[in-house]
Write a protein that binds this ligand. Structure first.
Ligand code: TF8
Length: 338
């Protein structure tokens, strides 16, 4: 009798445990989310997506998969984002810049020399200001799961090292597809041409353009060093990366699936930023070893470049919106004062 009741107790416990696990699993359906990416799979975005995918797989009992597509195979940043809006694609990883045509407030991140360090960018983006921008996205069919990073942007070209603002004269520069980048590089004196990232390598190779600007990790990952001689450390902007999920598809997911995606995107973020910064720390040496001539700009000349580009703030305030600019600059001041 004693033994029997003990056994039935054990059975009841086992049954209850099974039921709870089953109930949790029932919140997950078999899912395969396709993610579009402009870069190649060796990029730190790959580390981030691998981490995020392992996390969703584990938390969903093997049901929820993340499937990356590389090298713009499913479209460029902008066309991928449009597919995500219509629901023909689940996710896209993109810098904010191409999304400015859809959400003008995001243009604030393209203002020249806004951020000084990645740690201040993290604080701003992972806090209430980042949330304010993310909250604008569902209205245009997008859900931002987390802020990853593209990183600080620097300038490459095939003509000459940039040592002063005048050196931009006559350099034909590919810029990201938005009015702020276009105006910045025109104001610096270059001949700026907007173009999707997926077309940049061949445009540089055929000399359709002389130069471009991107973080070290992208310059290395896309092998721009094969077709660019000079790398100038301009550090003129920090590109945040959006991890965008289709709102149309999002609305069909269970609360638990949604929560898991958000949680795993944050785990992916930490790994992606870590890997990106580790690669960035080695990139200059590695780009030199691959034959690039790397130069810094003297502080006085850098100051002239900052001054020349400062008009961009006023000129684009109306398009970006005063509220976004005021909020970001106030928060940056608060972060820096702390
Ligand atoms: C650009 C951007 C892109 C990134 C990347 C595809 O120059 O920096 O490289 O959005 O994730 O267009």
């Amino acid at each position: 009798m004693r033994i029997r009741s003990r056994l039935s107790h054990l059975a009841a416990v086992a049954l209850a445990a099974g039921l709870t696990a089953g109930a949790a699993q029932a919140q997950f359906k078999e899912r395969n989310f396709r993610v579009s990416n402009g870069v190649s799979k060796e990029h730190p975005m790959g580390n981030g997506l691998a981490k995020m995918g392992a996390c969703t797989l584990e938390k969903s009992g093997g049901k929820m998969k993340i499937q990356p597509f590389w090298d713009g195979a499913l479209g460029s940043d902008l066309t991928g984002t449009q597919s995500v809006r219509t629901g023909s694609l689940d996710m896209v990883i993109t810098s904010t810049a191409p999304v400015v045509s859809i959400v003008p407030a995001l243009g604030v991140f393209d203002l020249p020399f806004l951020f000084n360090t990645s740690s201040e960018a993290d604080k701003l983006l992972d806090g209430k200001v980042g949330d304010w921008f993310s909250a604008k996205l569902p209205a245009v069919g997008l859900v931002n799961l987390a802020w990853w990073e593209n990183g600080f942007r620097h300038t490459t070209n095939s003509k000459r090292p940039i040592n002063k603002v005048e050196d931009f004269d006559g350099v034909k520069m590919r810029v990201m597809q938005n009015a702020i980048f276009l105006d910045t590089f025109k104001t610096l004196g270059s001949n700026a041409v907007p173009m999707a990232f997926t077309e940049v390598y061949s445009a540089l190779e055929t000399k359709t353009v002389d130069g471009q600007e991107n973080p070290f990790t992208n310059i290395e990952n896309m092998k721009f060093y094969e077709v660019q001689k000079y790398l100038t450390l301009t550090k003129h902007a920090y590109s945040p990366t959006l991890v965008l999920f289709s709102k149309k598809i999002w609305d069909t997911l269970s609360a638990q699936e949604q929560a898991t995606l958000r949680e795993c995107a944050v785990q992916g973020r930490d790994e992606q930023r870590r890997a990106n910064r580790a690669m960035e720390a080695r990139s200059v040496d590695s780009l030199k070893a691959k034959g690039m001539t790397v130069n810094e700009i003297a502080p006085a000349e850098m100051q002239r470049i900052r001054e020349r580009s400062s008009v961009i703030y006023e000129r684009h305030t109306k398009a970006i919106g005063d509220e976004a600019i005021t909020m970001v600059t106030a928060e940056l001041k608060r972060i820096r004062d702390n």
